[in-house]
Design a protein around this ligand. Structure first.
Ligand code: C5P
Length: 413
């Protein structure tokens, strides 16, 4: 199951570090390669020698070691891995991760990696329950960091409570799940955010899409093991971990990036692509008309239609994704319009959502969707999903995709 997988294991400073030695043995026994990083605190609890002996690898520890950097730089350490595991993860390292602090090799690698991250927290129960740790854990979860444990039981100080690091066997199971989810071996393409269509060098046409739902979907598919390409228009959302993110501005750039990502097994078009663009973007800023009021009237803006990315993907002949999913953001008659859209765009599923002004969907953290799926011969089934966070909608969608495509067989090559 773990054969040939590369695990970067960060051991930070907690009494549970001794259990990480057992974890290394388990990983090696399962066929994984383990590259260890021992923080300064971690080295107070286990020695570099015992870690190196079990991992049969050099132990990395110092960001500023020139020899270390010349052998393997911290960027390579961050990237040449399938999964980064932090075990034990102290309250301190979790706080740094949640805030993007990079002040030693371990935290620099955590900031520099684009691979999935799994943490096994270990600390005193008061520290675990502390408001600051709660905030940090919520932040990390939203950033797509996976967590295993902590468990309840006797803690180092003799107290009983929550905070014990998960047992090595539990961490191994979490690693297997992280690497071998139901979408493992499958490729997913997700579009997200608005597009910006230039009028002139300073002005553009856009819309209120935040990119939250699309980014959440990309993260959810990656967590189930898919290799995900996210093509994102301008968005304040950060790139989901473990996802290859391509940043674009216009609908035409978005289409080109999507076609570049083919072949994929599933395409999910969550972007709010601008339907029109100015017929000709001016090379110079359009001037306001001399003399303000009473000056020349504003020039009429001629618009032309943008390519429809969803329809284009659904119409591909040789490399059509096995599942093409679109969104229908409507302000009224949501389900009726979505049914029509399913047929018009030639896609397999439509997630219909209400974006009327009172719904709070655009820019908000929650969504209320109906899943409408084509049943052949003009038939469609409609499923109503409960009002839920965009993260939960994304997780549910990823599970549904796994239910249909599940496993690596027949994956896009
Ligand atoms: O036609 P409408 O914009 O309502 O369709 C919405 C669905 O189509 C969304 O899935 C959106 O991502 C996709 N779309 C697209 N390219 C466009 C317009 C919409 O991919 N130019």
């Amino acid at each position: 199951m773990l054969t040939n997988l590369r695990i970067l294991l960060i051991i930070s400073g907690g009494i549970a570090a001794y259990k990480s030695l057992e974890l290394i043995r388990g990983l090696r026994a399962g066929g994984a390669e383990v590259r260890p990083i021992l923080t300064k605190g971690g080295a107070e609890f286990v020695t570099p020698l015992s870690v190196a002996a079990l991992a049969r690898e050099k132990v990395h520890g110092d960001l500023f070691s020139l020899t270390g950097e010349s052998e393997i730089g911290h960027i390579r350490l961050a990237r040449e891995t399938d999964l980064v595991v932090v075990a034990p993860a102290t309250a301190n390292i979790l706080a740094k991760m949640a805030n993007g602090i990079a002040d030693d090799l371990a935290t620099t690698v955590l900031l520099a990696t684009d691979r999935p991250i799994l943490v096994a927290p270990a600390m005193n129960s008061v520290m675990w329950e502390q408001a600051s740790t709660r905030r940090n854990m919520a932040r990390l979860e939203a950033d797509g960091v996976m967590t295993v444990g902590p468990g309840h039981g006797e803690l180092a100080e003799g107290e009983i409570g929550i905070g014990r690091m998960a047992e090595p066997a539990e961490i191994l199971a979490a690693i297997e799940k992280a690497l071998g989810g139901p979408l493992a071996g499958l490729r997913a393409l997700v579009t997200s955010g608005p597009t910006h269509e230039p009028i002139d060098p300073v002005r553009y046409i856009a819309n209120r899409s935040s990119g939250k739902q699309g980014h959440a979907i990309a993260g959810a598919c990656a967590r189930l093991g898919a290799a995900v390409t996210l093509v994102s228009g301008p968005s304040a959302e950060s790139d989901p971990p473990g996802v290859e993110t391509v940043h674009v501005e216009t609908a035409r750039d978005m289409l080109a990036a999507c076609l570049d990502a083919l072949p994929v097994d599933v395409a999910i078009c969550a972007a709010a692509v601008s339907d029109w663009r100015p017929a000709a973007a001016r090379g110079q800023k359009i001037k306001k008309g001399a003399g303000g009021a009473g000056g020349a009237p504003p020039a009429a803006l001629e618009l032309i239609e943008n390519p429809d990315i969803l329809a284009a993907l659904a119409a591909r002949e040789n490399d059509r994704p096995r599942l093409v999913i679109g969104f229908a953001a409507e302000t009224d008659d949501v389900v009726a319009y979505a049914r029509a859209k399913l047929a018009a765009k030639g896609c397999d599923w439509i997630l219909a959502n209400d974006v009327s002004p009172g719904s709070g969907t655009f820019g908000g953290d929650h969504n209320k969707v109906h899943l409408i799926s084509a049943q052949g011969a003009g038939e469609a089934s409609v499923e109503e999903w409960p009002h839920a966070s965009k993260l939960d909608v994304a997780a549910r969608l990823a599970e549904r995709i796994a239910g249909v495509l599940g496993g690596a067989s027949g994956g896009a090559s």
